[in-house]
Ligand binder design. Structure first.
Ligand SMILES: CC(C)(COP(=O)(O)OP(=O)(O)OC[C@H]1O[C@@H](n2cnc3c(N)ncnc32)[C@H](O)[C@@H]1OP(=O)(O)O)[C@@H](O)C(=O)NCCC(=O)NCCS
Length: 163
């Protein structure tokens, strides 16, 4: 029984492909984002036009995970020539615990290394318990010695939180 379960999980892991995100994935990726409890989706940054702009500026850096012909995970990844950022790192709730996020992160990191980027940053909300455990497990450093500042340039870029 235990061996069968172990074998089933390993089979599920094998069936997952990590590939580059393209703008053709937008609708499916947005459906995934809208299913992730607690996710903040921004009216402007996350619309089709701005995601297209982001992907065009950061060719081949963002990744999706595919299982049974469906997108079950995504990372938006981009850099400014100096450092990179990950956004909207997520895995479909039905597919968690299969190392999909770890594999996507590994792949996205490799692609940034090829671009000569030395550092990646991301935001994890303090109350996001699973998210913070995930990054600690990946050996990412938690910055407790900095304050994060921001300036809003467009008040229309409102965020809605997935309930
Ligand atoms: C965080 C998230 C992306 C992890 O995806 P995942 O594919 O399930 O993660 P993995 O299977 O690759 O997990 C890798 C390791 O992280 C740790 N981990 C992941 N989720 C965990 C959880 N809910 N509780 C405890 N540890 C967890 C485990 O140690 C795991 O290692 P193990 O498999 O050897 O035990 C997923 O839970 C998610 O989409 N959450 C909602 C969105 C989110 O919070 N994104 C992060 C924003 S900062």
């Amino acid at each position: 029984m235990w061996i069968k379960k172990f074998t089933d999980i390993n089979m599920m892991k094998k069936d997952i492909e990590i590939r580059t995100m393209t703008i053709e994935d937008y609708n499916e990726v947005m459906t995934l984002w809208k299913s992730i409890k607690g996710f903040k989706i921004r009216a402007i940054d996350d619309d089709f036009e701005h995601i297209k702009k982001f992907l065009d500026r950061n060719i081949g850096l963002s990744v999706v995970a595919i299982k049974d012909d469906h997108i079950v995970g995504s990372i938006l990844s981009g850099h400014d020539g100096r450092q990179a950022s990950f956004y909207h790192v997520c895995v479909d709730a039905k597919c968690r615990g299969l190392n999909i996020a770890s594999r996507m992160v590994e792949e996205a990191i490799e692609r940034l290394k090829e671009e000569g980027i030395s550092k990646i940053t991301l935001i994890a909300f303090k109350k996001n318990f699973a998210g913070n455990i995930f990054w600690k497990n990946q050996n990412w450093k938690l910055n407790t010695d900095i304050n994060s500042y921001e300036l809003t340039l467009n008040e229309g870029n409102i965020s809605s939180v997935v309930a």
